[in-house]
Design a protein around this ligand. Structure first.
Ligand SMILES: NC(=O)c1ccc[n+]([C@@H]2O[C@H](COP(=O)([O-])OP(=O)(O)OC[C@H]3O[C@@H](n4cnc5c(N)ncnc54)[C@H](O)[C@@H]3O)[C@@H](O)[C@H]2O)c1
Length: 445
């Protein structure tokens, strides 16, 4: 920066001081969604298919939701069946064969938390049985699966909620409100990342001591995936393998993408995606890279996403606007306004004589008698203590099952996010730019 006169310093510095003094910290109101009963006071009777890691978490959250009650669970693994009952905390009937649950007339809805490659056939069975569905993210294992699920849900007039719970988070909802108010100015670029390049973050999950072909129905689990003998590591670490999961994109990008769609209101498939990455730390025979970086072109905005650059365990989304920057870091949202007041040039005056510089500055001040007052520098919003996005997301689904109105993350929203994940992987594995071809509904490149 070139020298700025004392007068400039006072003018600009005074502004900066008032900016800093205007920082605000606001606690968001707790969500009341989970505490609400269903509109008709009728509790939605739901069953859970898949009571592994996520299925149990969903059941724990479901206990807080007034509008639904779990009336059955299913899993192919003995211990997971017991864990599901334990997670819900009351005796619910449990079975190995989910079709028994779908045959029941007293069941309104199904929560599906099976591995990604199993989503399509389980969801299609639920829809065929006339049930509404909450299906875990990423909605699909590939583009064809997602399109088939959208068609089945729409043809069957079912309520469908995709399970990226941050769409129901108070912090993301506040961010959407701020974004829509136009306060950020034009947003031309968004950056989002999750860093957890640790064994647990990279899904090196332990094999349970009792896991065997006797305790796990491996044939049913594999269904139409490439057949292979029982492999406990694949059962517990399915995210690492392309036959069952979609790696970092399907596991982590999908949350970042759903958060981005929720805040911006963009509900579309990106026009193109370009990925790079590497398998750096976890060379254990997995199919996917442990570091993935993807650049997306969405209508009107560039999105830069990366996961596992290091092990900082951060989950951050940044919306860069011309007026302000909005950052969501875990449960905290910060809006930082930029100083957009006109300012006299500093640097370029370094090569000017004192006399020319003075004239320039005098003229500049004459043309800018007073700079507009700055916006507050930062506003920080934090999620209320004990907030549970999953409980709120389930609650939104149960309410919609009664009202038949829209959920916050329907099949089209979920499918758009999932296709963006598939495009990231397509680009990485084909070493090319992945383009969405709307005419053929396929990824090209
Ligand atoms: N929203 C989130 O934050 C979040 C977090 C973790 C996982 N997930 C998603 O949840 C899903 C499940 O992941 P997970 O970590 O719980 O996996 P998991 O392997 O721990 O559990 C899946 C369970 O599904 C069961 N299953 C599979 N096919 C079945 C069938 N035909 N009938 C009955 N049970 C069957 C398996 O036996 C297993 O116990 C995945 O789609 C994953 O991406 C979402």
């Amino acid at each position: 920066m070139g020298p700025i006169s004392r007068r400039d310093f006072v003018r600009l510095g005074a502004g900066a001081v008032s900016v800093a003094a205007a920082a605000k910290s606001i606690a968001l109101e707790p969500s009341v969604l989970a505490a609400q009963s269903a509109p008709s006071d009728r509790k939605i009777r739901f069953v859970s298919i898949g009571t592994g890691i996520r299925g149990c978490d969903l059941l724990r959250s479901a206990k807080k939701v007034q509008s639904g009650v779990c009336v059955g669970t299913a899993d192919l693994y003995e211990m997971h069946r017991k864990a599901g009952v334990e997670a819900y905390g009351s005796e619910v009937p449990t079975t190995k064969d989910y079709r028994e649950l779908l045959d029941r007339k007293d069941v309104d809805a199904v929560v599906v938390a099976v591995a990604d490659f199993q989503h399509r056939h389980v969801v299609l069975d639920c829809v065929a049985a006339g049930k509404d569905v909450y299906c875990e993210k990423p909605m699909s294992h590939n583009v064809a699966d997602g399109l088939a699920m959208v068609k089945a849900v729409q043809d069957g007039k079912r309520i469908f909620q995709a399970g990226s719970q941050r769409v129901s988070s108070t912090v993301f909802k506040k961010a959407a409100e701020i974004y829509k108010s136009g306060r950020l100015g034009e947003v031309t670029s968004i950056e989002a990342y999750t860093d957890r390049n640790s064994p647990s973050g990279a899904w090196v999950y332990p094999v349970a001591p009792d896991a065997s072909a006797e305790t796990i129905d491996w044939t049913t689990w594999l269904r139409d995936a490439p057949q292979r003998p029982f492999d406990a590591a694949r059962f517990f670490r399915w995210r690492c393998f392309a036959d069952y999961g979609e790696g970092v994109a399907g596991d982590l990008f999908v949350h970042l993408l759903s958060g981005m769609q929720c805040v911006t209101g963009i509900n579309a498939i990106p026009e193109r995606a370009y990925s790079t990455g590497s398998l750096t730390h976890f060379k254990d025979g997995r199919d996917f890279p442990d570091l993935l970086v993807t650049l997306y072109d969405y209508p009107g905005v560039r999105v830069n996403m990366h996961c596992n650059q290091n092990n900082a365990a951060g989950d951050i989304t940044i919306f860069y606007g011309k007026e302000s920057t909005l950052t969501i870091n875990g449960n905290t949202l910060t809006v930082t306004s930029q100083d957009t007041r006109p300012q006299p040039e500093g640097y370029a005056l370094d090569g000017w004589t004192a006399e020319t510089k003075k004239k320039y500055l005098d003229d500049w001040h004459a043309a800018h008698p007073q700079a507009p007052a700055p916006l507050p520098a930062t506003e920080t919003y934090s999620a209320p203590q004990g907030s549970d996005d999953t409980a709120d997301h389930l609650s939104n689904f149960f309410q919609a099952v009664v009202t038949r109105e829209h959920v916050v993350e329907d099949e089209v929203f979920g499918n758009n996010c999932a296709i963006a994940c598939h495009m990231a992987n397509h680009s990485y594995f084909h070493k090319n730019v992945a383009m969405w071809d709307a005419a053929s509904q396929t990824i090209k490149g």
